[in-house]
Ligand binder design. Structure first.
Ligand code: ZN
Length: 138
């Protein structure tokens, strides 16, 4: 299916295919420097359809750094013109799954921090740290 995708999109997709994409690693390394300890690539809840990029099991905080292409970032709402219906459906499914996971986590008492890969990793890490610290106080 990748052959039908324009080069620019393909390179975005390929950069998001594996784990340890740039933004995700950057956020984790800042969190680490802030002295926070967490697990990476953990499924916060059994049966959850995805793993979080960082998980704080004690504070019950799950962090997701979402790829702009796969998760339908509104700022980078680029859609391939070829196979448009296929891609739209796929990205909408991903977004729906994200919302569902957020809901399941919230119901289980977790805080979810969701960021886009285009966001400044330092700002994302600050947001995560604030949530983690707030959870420790309560
Ligand atoms: Zn974006």
């Amino acid at each position: 299916v990748f052959e039908d995708v324009p080069t620019a999109v393909r390179s975005i997709m390929q950069s998001n295919r594996g784990r340890d994409s740039g933004p995700e690693v950057a956020v984790r390394s800042i969190l680490h420097r802030l002295g926070l300890r967490f697990r990476k690539h953990r499924r916060p809840l059994p049966g959850l359809a995805c793993q979080a990029d960082a998980v704080f099991p004690t504070e019950r905080v799950a962090v997701f750094v979402d790829g702009c292409f796969w998760h339908g970032c509104p700022a980078h709402g680029h859609r391939p013109r070829r196979n448009a219906d296929y891609w739209r459906a796929k990205i909408e499914r991903n977004a729906a799954r994200d919302r569902r996971n957020d809901r399941l986590l919230a119901e289980a008492g977790w805080a979810v921090v969701r960021a886009w890969e285009h966001e400044d990793p330092a700002l994302v890490a600050d947001r995560v740290a604030a949530v983690v610290q707030a959870r420790r106080r309560t």
